[in-house]
Write a protein that binds this ligand. Structure first.
Ligand code: PEP
Ligand code: MN
Length: 327
């Protein structure tokens, strides 16, 4: 980005204001013939909307480089989901089972997580799996169970939509539509989900660069999504004592430089319940807007991802410790 000052501006004073906005003045160039001073702003500075900059006394013009994702660059750090703000304040928690397995279990989970102050009930009705022969979710029935349980306890619902054909039925029930990591670049699905005009939780594909992730978010906004919340859930590494490699560097980059809301999902990132707390803490310290945690009253009976589920009775301690880390 290049900022041109007015001829009578005080470059030192303007530079100070820019620095306060989180911009790094990488270079100053003086053009004596045109009686102009230009600041070159480093690419990795914080994002500040150009209209904010042109209002600073002493700045004549701002020229912004072309970006392939202008809408997500401008979205800002907060997304409203039916009255709950994700980003810009206290962390939000999204808790629930991997898959919604029965009406009783989801009601039990909803009642408990609501009593702990959790804002979102998660749970898959349509499940993407590593093997197509694994359980793929109870479908529309599970959506109704999830909906009833969430509404009974004033929880917001985040649930995955796997196929274009399912967008209407999922959008009718979910407050936040989840695009799973296996579908981050399924552009036909992104288009259909965008057209539902709802906020979207966009999980990062296990092999996507940050740029590809932002482009997918852009595509959702182009097609009408009411807001995009990113979710880091681990990328493919070369070692597998943990299921994936949780990329907290990208979380910090997106939160502090791009100023976008990012949720971290340590459950799918590690596949181990004993690592949820340390990585949840690290995520919040890195700037995450919240944490997604899988939980189940009887993890050994869960229909999917039991080994990573925090037992429901232990969730309160986990959340308390996460919140304490912020104090
Ligand atoms: C999930 O959140 O239920 C899920 C399947 O996650 P991911 O898409 O990150 O694997
Ligand atoms: Mn799962």
């Amino acid at each position: 980005m290049i900022i041109t000052l007015t001829p009578n501006a005080n470059p030192k004073a303007v530079r100070q204001i820019l620095t306060h906005h989180g911009l790094w003045v990488a270079q100053i160039a003086r053009d004596d013939l045109a009686d102009e001073t230009h600041f070159v702003i480093a690419d990795h500075s914080a994002y500040v909307h150009p209209s904010v900059l042109t209002n600073i006394p002493g700045i004549r013009s701002v020229s912004v480089p072309q970006t392939d994702h202008p809408r997500i660059d401008k979205q800002g750090p907060c997304v409203d989901v039916r009255g709950v703000t994700i980003g810009g304040g206290l962390p939000v928690f999204m808790c629930g089972p991997c898959s919604v397995d029965s009406p009783d279990t989801i009601h039990r989970i909803a009642a408990h997580v609501a009593s702990l102050g959790v804002q979102f009930l998660r749970g898959g009705a349509y499940k993407p799996r590593t093997s197509p022969y694994s359980f793929q979710g109870h479908g529309p029935e599970a959506l109704s169970w999830l909906f009833d349980a969430a509404r009974a306890h004033n929880l917001r619902i985040v649930t995955e939509v796997l196929a274009e054909a399912d967008v209407p039925v999922v959008a009718e029930r979910a407050d936040l539509l989840q695009i799973g990591s296996r579908n981050m670049q399924n552009f036909a699905l992104l288009k259909a989900v965008g057209a539902a005009h709802r906020p979207v939780l966009l999980k990062r594909s296990m092999s996507a660069t940050v740029e590809e992730w932002l482009l997918a978010g852009e595509y959702l906004l182009v097609h009408g999504a009411a807001g995009v919340v990113l979710c880091e859930r681990g990328i493919r590494g070369f070692d597998n004592p943990t299921r994936n490699l949780l990329d907290l560097g990208s979380v910090a980059l997106l939160a502090h430089v791009h100023r976008l809301p990012v949720i971290v999902d340590p459950s799918h990132a590690t596949g181990r319940r004993d690592l949820i707390l340390p990585l949840g803490r690290a995520a919040l310290a890195a700037g995450a807007a919240g944490v997604m945690i899988e939980t189940h009253p009887e993890p050994s009976c869960a229909l999917s991802d039991g080994p990573q589920a925090v037992p429901l009775e232990a969730l309160g301690t986990t959340l308390d410790s996460l919140k304490k880390g912020l104090a």
